[in-house]
Design a protein around this ligand. Structure first.
Ligand code: SME
Length: 159
């Protein structure tokens, strides 16, 4: 049984503990899907105020739905479309305070109000994106971005 119940007083500590738990969960496991599945579940259990947490994988230049927690989501996202596609095309983090103000945002769940998408890149090549959605506008701060970038740095070596 895995029991990584993380409680922390501040976000920096929360993300440090999250990355360390992700390291423990994935240690010695070469299967990328298994690692994405467990990390999506870990994020879901650890970070408050999310309505979706998971991965889209780069499959031959298109984003394809990977392991996640939350409501069923759209399966294929072309590079350049929506928040995930913008992250995939630019290889830059997309931190969107109000998804309704983001041109081309793909609404998989109408409850989503803000979104954070972090590209996972190895040797200059996009492997996947981490996508977090929240029903709260402006849910994701610079600290969330920094924490998720650190987590994706670990995942880049594993996926
Ligand atoms: N909102 C995303 C689509 C994926 S779902 O949020 C799970 C986008 O605009 O790319």
């Amino acid at each position: 049984m895995y029991d990584f119940r993380i409680t922390a007083a501040d976000k920096a500590t929360l993300y440090r503990d999250l990355v360390s738990a992700a390291e423990g969960l994935t240690a010695g496991e070469p299967d990328a899907i298994a690692n994405m599945a467990n990390v999506a579940a870990l994020i879901w259990e650890t970070l408050p105020d999310l309505n979706w947490a998971g991965f889209y994988r780069n499959v031959d230049g298109e984003l394809v739905l990977g392991p996640f927690q939350g409501r069923p989501a759209c399966i294929h996202i072309p590079f350049g479309q929506g928040v995930c596609g913008a992250a995939a095309e630019s290889l830059r983090v997309q931190r969107v305070e109000d998804v309704n103000a983001f041109p081309g945002h793909i609404a998989c769940d109408s409850a989503s109000a803000s979104e954070l998408v972090v590209p996972i890149v190895r040797a200059g090549k996009l492997i996947a994106v981490l996508d977090l959605d929240s029903p709260m506008p402006g849910r994701f701060t610079e600290e969330d971005e920094a924490g998720c970038v650190a987590l994706c740095g670990l995942l880049a070596k594993l996926l």
